[in-house]
Design a protein. Structure first.
Length: 465
């Protein structure tokens, strides 16, 4: 299998994956299929279609790389911290069940009923940035993979990103959410196949010890991994609510099918993330001082396994792109009212969001977790709103909602500039994840204080005191 060492093999495989997506995408999709995923007879997706669609869109390329990188630097706690974000399937499932029990057809419906246009505008702004960051991050992983395959050539990475962006946009435009659901199943099967081959190769490495994987310190120590785990637990309530890909799939099938799909998606996704993180942990065990993770992988595996690892990243990137674009079309047209509810309007929205994601690449950043941290922090304005308003059933005044939103946005901006002198002076010069933890705690304190004060005042007013 030495031919797999040739970068052209990866090019050919990527073209095949893209061709398969085009072949599976439905032609002549109507608005219901494009925006709501309905089949030609108007039927909803079945359980395992929904499960595989959830899984393959959440174990996207950025997540796989994040799990491996965090494992490489911070050992098992680093990978565990990223896997903890997949508890979002359980919290997200609970949020959707509560929304549907109250008659809401989306998060926006619920926010609109309670906070009017201000509620939906602020929420839509956050998830629009989230969607563009997903496009950016997955294209970035594709660029990293192809640049490495071509000996560090940035030009090869740039060309791969542009071509995959055009390919992903092309077949997504054909069928919208219906195309995404159909291709997700095939992409999930292909991902599981190549990932299983790579995982078997990992566990049959000479000298590998499972105990060593679980106790590995990583190349930078486990401390930041534990900090990140604490951050994940704080963000996991609001994180799913600001992910439109997950939320959209929560309203496609009946309530029982939907609930089961979220449970199955949780354990399958978590196992995949933990499994891929082991590649990074083992690389950290074997790494020489200053050696990059990808260089260690080259020593660990032959060309066939490196090909499988790279292809699994490509497949997950393609799958996430179509899901992000389908959700972008629904957000822009259905929720924000940009244009009529037609396929043409949805395709225009997809193109604009793809351009926005590509524009992020001009920022010249390779910190894949930064997008997760920033968008996750921005979403935390929803924590007190969901806990007190959705699950507690208490009315929340608009000023409390906007105060929580402002605190979360300020927290996200603060983390974006976390290495600046003013932020370091305020939060200390410890690890950046330590500063992130402090930011998350402060966002929650302000948000809950405003929310609880607002509900208490409303109770007083209602009693005529």
């Amino acid at each position: 299998m030495s031919f797999l060492a040739d970068p052209l093999a990866l090019v050919a495989a990527t073209l095949l994956v893209t061709f398969l997506a085009f072949a599976l995408s439905p032609r002549g999709t109507d608005a219901d299929g494009f925006f709501a995923g309905a089949d030609r007879t108007g039927g909803a997706p079945g359980l395992w279609t929904l499960v595989f669609s959830q899984v393959t869109t959440w174990i996207f390329a950025r997540s796989l790389m994040n799990a491996a990188v965090l494992g490489f630097y911070y050992g098992f706690p680093g990978t565990l911290a990223y896997a903890a974000y997949y508890l979002s399937f359980l919290t997200g499932g609970a949020i959707i069940a509560r929304l549907r029990a109250g008659g809401a057809g989306s998060v926006q419906d619920w926010l609109r009923d309670r906070f009017g246009r201000a509620g939906t505008t602020t929420y839509n702004a956050v998830i629009a940035l989230r969607l563009m960051s997903e496009v950016f991050a997955n294209l970035l992983v594709v660029g990293i993979v192809f640049a490495a395959a071509y000996g560090g050539s940035e030009f090869a990475g740039d060309v791969a990103m542009v071509l995959l962006a055009l390919g992903g946009l092309g077949y997504s435009m054909m069928g919208g959410l219906r195309a995404s659901l159909r291709t997700d199943v095939a992409q999930m099967a292909l991902f599981l196949l190549v990932f299983a081959v790579a995982l078997i190769a990992l566990f049959t490495l000479p000298g590998l010890e499972v105990g060593a994987l679980l106790t590995a310190e990583g190349v930078s120590g486990t401390g930041p991994g534990w900090l990140l785990l604490a951050v994940a637990f704080l963000q996991v309530i609001s994180y799913p609510a600001h992910d439109p890909v997950m939320m959209d799939r929560g309203f496609l099938a009946d309530r029982r099918t939907t609930a089961l799909s979220f449970v199955h998606a949780f354990w399958i996704s978590a196992l995949c993330i933990l499994g891929f993180g082991l590649f990074g942990i083992q690389a950290g065990i074997m790494a020489a001082e200053g050696e990059a993770m990808e260089a260690v992988w080259s020593r660990m595996f032959g060309p066939a396994i490196l090909f499988c690892i790279s292809l699994s990243l490509i497949v997950s990137a393609v799958s996430t792109l179509d899901s992000a674009l389908a959700s972008a079309a629904r957000l822009a047209v259905v929720e924000m009212g940009f244009g009529q509810r037609t396929v043409a309007s949805g395709r225009t929205a997809m193109a604009l969001f793809m351009l926005g994601g590509v524009a992020f690449l001009l920022g010249d950043t390779t910190d894949l977790y930064a997008a997760v941290a920033i968008s996750g922090t921005a979403s935390m304005f929803l924590v007190p709103v969901l806990v007190v308003g959705l699950f507690g059933g208490h009315p929340i005044p608009l000023w409390s909602y906007l105060t929580s939103f402002a605190a979360a946005i300020l927290g996200a901006v603060t983390y974006f500039f976390q290495s600046s002198a003013p932020v370091v002076a305020l939060l200390g010069d410890g690890h950046k994840y330590e500063r992130l933890l402090y930011i998350c705690i402060m966002v929650l304190v302000v948000g809950f204080a405003a929310t609880l004060a607002g509900t208490a005042r409303q109770r007083v007013v209602a009693r005529g005191l």
